[in-house]
Design a protein around this ligand. Sequence first.
Ligand code: UDP
Length: 484
Amino acid sequence: MDSQLHIFFFPYMAPGHIIPATEMAKLFASRGCKATIISTPANAPHIHKAIESSTNLGLEIGVLPIRFPTQEVGLPEGCENANSVTGKEMEDKFFTAVTMLDQPLEQLLMEHRPNCLVADIFFPWATEVSAKFGIPRLVFHGTSFFALCAATNLFLHEPHKQISSDSEPFVIPNLPDEIKITRNQLPDYMKDESDSELSDFLKKVKESELNSYGVIVNSYYELEPAYADHYRNVLGMKAWHVGPTFLCNEEKKGNKAETGKQASISEQECLNWLDHKKPNSVIYVCFGSMANFDDAQLMEIAVGLEASGKQFIWVVKKGKHEEGVKEEWLPGGFEKRMEGRGLIVRGWAPQVLILQHQAVGGFVTHCGWNSTLEGVCAGVPMVTWPVSAEQFYNEKLVTQVLGIGVGVGAKKWARLTGDSLKREAIGKAVTLIMEGEKAEQMRCRAWALGVTASGAVKEGGSSYADLTALIEDLRLQRNGCGSK
Ligand code: UDP
């Protein structure tokens, strides 16, 4: 009964979910499992690209298509990724299309009968669908233990309902540390009781999580031990930590992440630019794949960066204008003045490659969990600028628990368009993580955490061991001797 385990991975259609789920699939494949990633057609090419080096090494990892019902819900053809969704109406349609994936998933499970389904938290119906075939379903949230603990305790105790003001800080109950947050910083979906569809969905999410086989976490024990313990021992969740998953690329390509997405700047160009800079002299500014800022805010960032006097790489999700056409979000002559000092990447940057370069000494981040982990592993202090999702929780982990970052002062959870901040706040926060004794202390702590991350995924490390335990568990489960 020792035949190969077959694991299905079904990530939500957004880069921040597809990237780590694909890395997770590679991790399982590197441990002798067969891994299959379920993907809609438009997302599949990126995944194929991201797994290329693993399949070339002979690992068993593939992609299985699932049709996304764009036509049925009235979305434009090819709109299969949350990062191409604009506006509430489109968002609702996207969400409806997502809920229609249950039947096609059932079909795939029936045909292939994998031994486990790792499905995204956004697919609550996946627990029930996989139960029909006796397939254990693992939940993947794509975030930290810290955020999972914070969100669960808020859900259970609802302290935000006892506070009269949106801006009054209150303590998140029950956590190992005293962590304060305001109602303004909580996601809309926690506050809006008028949306019954949404609260139904959230109830289903919670139920599906509780009825699932367990939770798989892209984190490592040494980063947040008190929260890993709290999640398991106090909140009673069955969880395995297997991250940082992006380090699965380490041995093959010297830590180069394989997101499968075409960067807007060649890796060589980036490296050439960085190679000419002194260690820890460049700040990297990027807000992930979803967050957006309006032109006025981009202008504040530009002016703040210029005034800081620091060298920078700044990723902006904008196309290049024609030569000579003024871009409204940049001060006149900005790029000319910044030549050699600042590099703007319009579109997609090779983030991990940049962060890992010795010239990069700081990171302005929106605290998406993947970016946060990538920053930690690169050993860089961070300026935290959370925007939406669970990013305000991650900010508290970075600034209050780990002590490796400084908040820029974002006060309001804002769906996809970031809270507006002034140039002075930006310049000040950048200076605080790049200069002086405090910055050096943060850098040392971040560096030490990065070293433990590498150890965690190596043989003998905590994440390596937890993955071994999970595989063993799934094997027992398949052979009919499982614990659940
Ligand atoms: N990313 C990248 N280049 C970019 C922007 C983002 O490689 O220009 C990657 C980043 O390294 C991370 C992911 O996209 O792995 C973003 O995930 P995260 O959880 O940080 O944020 P989200 O996009 O989900 O808000």
